[in-house]
Design a protein around this ligand. Sequence first.
Ligand SMILES: Nc1ncnc2c1ncn2[C@@H]1O[C@H](COP(=O)(O)OP(=O)(O)OP(=O)(O)O)[C@@H](O)[C@H]1O
Length: 671
Amino acid sequence: MSRLPQPNLKRKAVDDLDGPGTSKLPALGSSTSQPTRPTRTLAGKGHPPALTVPRAPLLQTTNITTTRPGAKQRAVSAPPKSSGPVRGPQRVPAATSKAAPPTKGSSSLQPVQEDGRWIEVQEQLHGMQAAQKNDRETLRAEMAAERAKREELERFHRTLEQDLVTARSLEQESRRAVNVASDELDRLKKKHASELMDFELAQTRLERENRQLKDDVRVLEDDLRREKDTTRSLKETISQQSTAHVTLTAQITALQSQSGAVVNELDAVRAHAADLLSQLQKEKARADELEHDLLEAETLRRKLHNMVQELKGNIRVFCRVRPALPSDGSPSNTGVEVASIAYPDKRDHKEIVLSSSSESAMGAERKETWQFSFDRVFEPHSSQADVFEEISQLAQSCVDGYNVCIFAYGQTGSGKSFTMEGGASREMQGMIPRAVEQVFRTSEHLRSKGWEYKLEGQFVEIYNETINDLLGSGEFDKKKHDIKHDKGSTRITDVVVVPLNSPAQVASLLSLAQSRRSVAATLMNERSSRSHSVFTLRISGSNAMTGETCDGALNLVDLAGSERLNASGAGSDKERLRETQSINKSLSALGDVIAALGAGGASGEKGHIPYRNSKLTYLLQNSLSGNSKTLMLLNLSPLAAHLNESLCSLRFATKVNNTTLGTAKRQIKSS
Ligand SMILES: Nc1ncnc2c1ncn2[C@@H]1O[C@H](COP(=O)(O)OP(=O)(O)OP(=O)(O)O)[C@@H](O)[C@H]1O
């Protein structure tokens, strides 16, 4: 809103009021010098001349006093409206207008004096009345002037009001214009802000693009640099290659000249190749002939192998000494002594020599040595594979229709189970899994010669002269089993016979048997050492080409501990006594059977063989005869503490080794 130029207008108004014919409104009352209040003036185009807004006159009534006769008291003019009727001069009390009666008690002189004064008063009164009349006239004239002035003021006031209305409407217009302008300003500000924001965004985007472009430029510069490098190296390569090209062109020319000679040579080689091809065909025909010969040789080999076995005698004995084990206690720390065992036959490995030295009663050193020889002696470092290599041909014999029996003999802890069953790893596999694998391999091999084989397995344990099925369905076998022999084959009633389709099956059969033996072992302490286990692999084959059939059996027996068991040592433990008697009985029955067979075999007569003396010998009847092949694997402990037991075992094995069982018979039939 524009401010009006007040000072000028104010000046003008003052001039107007001071001008001729304009009566000044004097300040009435005690303070005539009271400053005139600043007046508001309006001026502007089209407005009436600036006016002084008059101050409301101060109305004051001055009491006319009579204190000073003759003094003129001027009534202050005031607008008639607000001042009310002008009071006239003070009236003298009525009593004073008449001759005042003499006061009580005054002297006779007093009336003269009083008359004088009365007259004086009368005169004063007349004077006052005259003055009063003058004043009234004056007052009337002033009032008329005031009224005129008031009317002028009212006119002026109306003019001012009109000016005010005009000014207000102008102000409203101005305000509206200002509001419109303010709205416009706000709109412009918002527009400006949004434009500013857009601008900033655009700027940011441009900056980003700029940075991106700079990066791109940098990458392109790098690429360019690399391209330049590549171009440079390519140029170098091209120059090198062009040199090489020149060299190669020269070489090609030389080679082209040589190629003619080579083509001639090639023709010669082709002719030679044709000769070779005809030779090859001749050789192939020869190879077929040789293969045929080989088949015949294989048949011959089998015949010869069996002849060798027969010549050797059908019972053989191997001896294996296990290594000292950490579980035996370290010899140096615990005083566990290893027996003095020597293996003098370094070529054929057939001898074993045990020695011991002791002090005689006289204090002299007494040295004893015991020498034994067997079909093969395995030293402690021998592996499972070494042992199997020697027995594999025997195991294979069952494929040819022989009954084979391999039994492990030795005191508890000498390594019988390790030898027969072995450990979990392939390297540690014992004779049973290896023999089964070998039989499978051989039967597969013979398939090409027309043989088809069926393999079955059973696993039993003989404990206290009772047969337990180790592959049975229950946790512990409670069935009664009988042994039946029929035309050279042996059967146990009510035992599980598992058809074997792969060598891998044997591992699960062994672990099943092992778990059953562990159940039994928990029920009866250390039972596995005091029972015999017999794994039987039965094989029956037929040859569609030749019409032959054959039946063989491979019995792998892990005997109970052979340590000399003293029946009296069992004391009051009846179970232990029974066990001991059973083991003694079966092992001595085994010895008796072998001895009887040897005696018969040597004399050529067939005497009585006491198979029925124990379940073990009765079960193995068909595999422990002159018609079968038997191998005894004697296991020995290397410890000095076991020397006596080892000697006993060695003596027993020697007896067996000296036995001749006669000639093994192949159970083969021709249709
Ligand atoms: N040649 C060997 N190499 C390494 N360790 C062996 C060997 N022979 C046997 N052992 C170990 O000796 C310990 C006893 O062997 P094993 O159980 O086979 O004896 P055992 O004669 O069958 O005894 P038991 O009559 O009590 O069954 C086992 O820990 C076995 O692993």
